[in-house]
Design a protein around this ligand. Structure first.
Ligand code: ADP
Ligand code: MG
Length: 268
């Protein structure tokens, strides 16, 4: 594995993303679940290669926002653009094509436990494969070299043929990252990718996400329950609270006071 020591404590460079056409854009977006307003009037632009942390207490709307960005939810109001497309205007087929360009990493890993690692990694390539190739690959794995390369990048090449449910949580999240690498998307969305990991494993996964998105120039939007890694690993921190954006600023401008307000328990 490459050395990741240099990451620790180094804050991300501030890079001017404002001028590039956005990878994601939300215009006056609100989302309701029945009577509950999960997001209210959000306006955001996220540029190519930008690494953005979504932070805020449980229920703030982080997952809802990520689901809107990848088109798995349609907003109740407003416009969500991804890769230049207004997602609500796309046919189901065109939407799937855009979604292929957006890799997603989840808190619960979302792997098929009883399959070998190679099949879970190759799931990232299914969007490009014919049905026959995908079916055949379950018996005779295809593109082994590519899967092996992705696993090597996340540091667990030796697990290529291991059963997925025999890996630790940290290793399973690495498999999920390898699956995204094989998918080779423009952007990566990660929804609390370290919430189920112990602190040391969590740091390793954040280091990997940071390093891979930087090296491969991928846009990264990662939701985090706590703010610690947002400071060290992202260009920009968006504080969400009760469905609204409380702040949206580079780490250097996010003060302890702002963080306290973000997590303050709501008054009766
Ligand atoms: N499928 C759903 N149906 C009903 N309410 C939901 C659903 N998903 C989320 N919510 C509600 O929307 C709000 C925002 O949730 P969520 O986006 O999951 O927040 P976070 O990811 O920040 O914890 C919460 O009040 C949550 O209970
Ligand atoms: Mg969530």
């Amino acid at each position: 594995m490459e050395d990741v020591q240099s990451l620790h404590g180094a804050s991300a460079d501030a890079t001017p993303f404002a001028d590039a056409p956005p990878v994601f854009e939300l215009i006056n977006v609100s989302h309701c679940f029945g009577d509950l307003i999960a997001l209210r009037n959000i306006n955001l632009r996220i540029g190519p290669g930008e690494r953005v942390a979504l932070v805020g207490p449980s229920g703030a709307g982080k997952s809802t926002l990520l689901n809107l960005l990848n088109g798995s939810l349609r907003p109740s109001a407003g416009v969500v653009r991804a890769l230049g497309f207004d997602l609500a205007q796309l046919s189901p087929r065109a939407l799937r094509q855009v979604q292929r360009q957006i890799g997603v990493v989840y808190q619960q890993f979302h792997l098929v436990d009883n399959l070998r690692v190679i099949h879970n990694v190759n799931a990232g390539a299914l969007g490009r494969w014919s049905f026959l190739k995908a079916a055949w690959s379950l018996i005779w794995p295809q593109e082994v070299e590519r899967a092996a390369q992705a696993l090597a990048q996340v540091g667990i090449l030796e697990k290529l043929y291991a059963r997925t449910d025999q890996l630790s949580g940290g290793q399973q999240q690495r498999v999920a990252l390898a699956r995204v690498l094989v998918q080779d998307p423009v952007a990566i969305l990660a929804d609390e990718p370290i919430s189920n990991l112990d602190p040391e494993r969590g740091r390793e996964i954040m280091d990997l996400l940071f390093r891979l998105s930087e090296k491969m120039r991928k846009t990264l939007v990662v939701s985090l329950h706590t703010i610690e890694y947002a400071y060290t690993h992202c260009h920009r921190i968006i504080g969400l609270r009760e469905g609204g954006v409380l702040f949206d600023a580079p780490p250097a401008e996010v003060t302890p006071d702002m963080v306290r307000t973000l997590y303050r328990i709501a008054k009766e």
